[in-house]
Design a protein around this ligand. Structure first.
Ligand SMILES: C[S@@+](CC[C@H](N)C(=O)[O-])C[C@H]1O[C@@H](n2cnc3c(N)ncnc32)[C@H](O)[C@@H]1O
Length: 270
């Protein structure tokens, strides 16, 4: 902190002495410097991270929702998400792109856990009068899915509750519909009869990932987007296998994100 203050004092001093053009150039550098996100890992929130914010945010002041959304994205999950600005930004920018392209439909997430990604979906769904369907057991993995390629995985993610998800999402919860239970058994006519513009699949395992791709793809208009977490993290082979098989069958091609857990995206091409 002292180093930053010292840097700021020197820069301000320099600014006073420069002409107008030099002042503008120096200001751009200062904004780039401020664009670096520093997150100290004290108090159990994780190690020290540095990363750039996009210029559109720090220089041009676009995306005013970022600060609050990032707080929700890392709430009760600082260790995994607290430094993952790449993932948060790639979700925000791509959801905005899909909305800007006028793709119709609601949003959904399969694999909600504590609602950190759902909070981002809920913000943009609420702003455009859409619904977000949140599918999860809210009790973690089900033994039924822990077979085949996932046979060695442990039951996990049972440390959550719908109450906690509501707190993480905050006021945008009005756009959310909770669908509690084992997917795909929880699918009802209300879900079958809809279109989905944005779908986050983050259920880690082969069977639900495969079932989620099949269900939502059929109901997604051209240009809709799948946000696929953990594709290249190397933690979850089952999820990667399901995505590879599905994309081969449907001639879709994913784009990889350089975020912590190897997200991948594709926008429906036909
Ligand atoms: C990695 S967590 C989701 C993390 C969350 N998307 C986030 O942003 O932090 C995986 C979730 O998938 C859920 N899940 C896995 N298989 C499921 C199934 N067959 N039905 C419902 N939920 C499932 C688990 O309960 C768990 O909460």
């Amino acid at each position: 902190m002292r180093v930053i203050k010292l840097f700021y004092t020197i820069l301000k001093d320099k600014l006073r002495k420069k002409n107008a053009v030099q002042r503008v150039l120096a200001r751009i550098h200062w904004q780039e410097f401020r664009g670096l996100r520093f997150k100290a890992g004290l108090w159990g929130s994780g190690p020290l991270y540095t990363a750039y914010h996009p210029d559109s945010y720090y220089v041009f002041r676009a995306h005013p929702e970022f600060k609050e959304l990032f707080r929700r994205f890392s709430a009760s999950n600082a260790w995994n998400n607290g430094g993952d600005t790449a993932r948060a930004w790639s979700f925000i920018l791509n959801i905005k792109q899909v909305l800007g392209d006028g793709v119709p439909g609601d949003f959904a997430e399969l694999g909600v856990w504590r609602g950190n990604t759902s909070a981002i979906l809920a913000r943009f769904a609420a702003a455009t009068e859409r619904k977000v369907f949140l599918f999860d057991t809210f009790e973690g993995f089900t033994p039924e899915d822990l077979t085949g390629i996932d046979a060695t995985k442990d039951t996990d993610f049972n440390n959550t509750s719908i109450e906690l998800v509501k707190q993480v999402i905050g006021g945008d919860i009005r756009s959310c519909v909770f669908v509690k239970g084992f997917f795909p058994d929880t699918i009802r006519e209300e879900h079958r009869s809809r279109q989905y513009a944005v779908v986050s699949l983050d259920c880690d395992l082969y069977a639900p990932t495969k079932a989620g791709l099949a269900f939502f793809y059929e109901r997604m208009p051209k240009g809709g987007i799948f946000l696929l977490h953990d594709y290249s993290s190397m933690h979850w082979d089952g999820s990667k296998k399901a995505i590879d098989e599905f994309c081969r069958e449907h001639n879709e091609y994913i784009v990889l994100m350089p975020d912590k857990c190897g997200s991948a995206f594709f926008r429906k091409s036909k």
